[in-house]
Design a protein around this ligand. Structure first.
Ligand SMILES: [Zn+2]
Length: 99
Protein backbone atom coordinates (compact mmCIF):
# COMPACT_ATOMS: atom_id res chain seq x y z
CA UNK A 1 0.00 0.00 0.00
CA UNK A 2 1.34 3.37 -0.97
CA UNK A 3 0.72 6.11 1.50
CA UNK A 4 0.54 9.74 0.63
CA UNK A 5 -0.58 12.69 2.67
CA UNK A 6 -2.12 14.06 -0.52
CA UNK A 7 -4.19 10.94 -0.91
CA UNK A 8 -7.90 11.47 -1.12
CA UNK A 9 -8.27 8.75 1.47
CA UNK A 10 -6.37 10.81 4.04
CA UNK A 11 -8.38 11.45 7.19
CA UNK A 12 -6.51 13.70 9.65
CA UNK A 13 -8.50 12.47 12.62
CA UNK A 14 -8.15 8.78 11.86
CA UNK A 15 -5.61 7.63 14.41
CA UNK A 16 -5.69 4.01 13.28
CA UNK A 17 -4.61 5.00 9.78
CA UNK A 18 -2.00 7.32 11.24
CA UNK A 19 -0.57 4.43 13.27
CA UNK A 20 -0.25 2.28 10.16
CA UNK A 21 1.38 5.11 8.27
CA UNK A 22 3.84 6.02 11.03
CA UNK A 23 4.85 2.40 11.64
CA UNK A 24 5.64 2.13 7.94
CA UNK A 25 7.45 5.49 7.85
CA UNK A 26 9.58 4.61 10.88
CA UNK A 27 10.25 1.08 9.54
CA UNK A 28 8.74 -0.37 12.70
CA UNK A 29 11.61 0.86 14.86
CA UNK A 30 11.62 2.88 18.05
CA UNK A 31 12.64 6.50 17.41
CA UNK A 32 13.29 7.47 21.00
CA UNK A 33 16.51 9.55 21.11
CA UNK A 34 19.39 7.72 22.75
CA UNK A 35 22.66 9.66 22.83
CA UNK A 36 23.33 10.68 19.19
CA UNK A 37 21.06 8.05 17.70
CA UNK A 38 17.65 6.50 18.05
CA UNK A 39 16.68 3.53 20.17
CA UNK A 40 16.11 1.21 17.18
CA UNK A 41 14.29 -1.47 19.13
CA UNK A 42 11.26 -2.99 17.38
CA UNK A 43 8.38 -0.58 17.91
CA UNK A 44 5.31 -1.73 19.75
CA UNK A 45 3.29 1.47 19.78
CA UNK A 46 2.75 4.64 17.80
CA UNK A 47 2.71 7.59 20.12
CA UNK A 48 1.73 11.25 19.85
CA UNK A 49 4.79 13.41 20.54
CA UNK A 50 2.47 16.06 21.90
CA UNK A 51 -0.28 14.33 23.86
CA UNK A 52 -3.83 14.71 22.66
CA UNK A 53 -4.64 16.26 26.03
CA UNK A 54 -2.06 19.01 25.37
CA UNK A 55 -3.37 19.92 21.94
CA UNK A 56 -1.49 17.28 19.95
CA UNK A 57 -3.08 16.11 16.73
CA UNK A 58 -3.41 12.73 15.05
CA UNK A 59 -1.22 13.99 12.22
CA UNK A 60 1.81 11.80 11.37
CA UNK A 61 4.01 14.85 11.96
CA UNK A 62 3.03 14.58 15.61
CA UNK A 63 3.52 10.82 15.82
CA UNK A 64 6.46 8.46 16.16
CA UNK A 65 7.00 4.77 16.76
CA UNK A 66 8.16 3.68 20.19
CA UNK A 67 9.17 0.34 21.63
CA UNK A 68 7.16 -0.97 24.54
CA UNK A 69 9.64 0.25 27.14
CA UNK A 70 9.86 3.78 25.80
CA UNK A 71 6.13 4.05 25.29
CA UNK A 72 5.64 3.03 28.91
CA UNK A 73 8.36 5.46 29.97
CA UNK A 74 6.80 8.36 28.08
CA UNK A 75 3.29 7.54 29.23
CA UNK A 76 4.48 7.37 32.81
CA UNK A 77 6.34 10.62 32.45
CA UNK A 78 3.26 12.37 31.07
CA UNK A 79 1.25 11.11 34.00
CA UNK A 80 3.94 12.45 36.31
CA UNK A 81 4.17 15.85 34.65
CA UNK A 82 0.42 16.12 34.73
CA UNK A 83 0.55 15.93 38.51
CA UNK A 84 3.72 17.92 39.08
CA UNK A 85 5.41 20.78 37.28
CA UNK A 86 7.61 20.36 34.23
CA UNK A 87 10.77 21.22 36.16
CA UNK A 88 11.99 17.64 36.41
CA UNK A 89 13.67 16.24 33.28
CA UNK A 90 15.13 12.76 33.21
CA UNK A 91 17.88 11.72 30.79
CA UNK A 92 16.71 9.62 27.84
CA UNK A 93 18.27 6.36 28.91
CA UNK A 94 16.73 3.13 27.77
CA UNK A 95 15.05 1.45 30.73
CA UNK A 96 16.01 -2.06 29.64
CA UNK A 97 19.67 -1.05 29.32
CA UNK A 98 19.93 0.53 32.74
CA UNK A 99 22.34 -1.30 35.00
ZN1 LIG B 1 12.92 2.35 22.53
Amino acid sequence: MVWSRRSSTWHPGNWRRTREYVMHRDRGLCRWPVADAECGEPAAEVDRRIPYSQGGTSDPDNAWSLCRAHHALKTGREATTARETRARREPPTHPSRRR
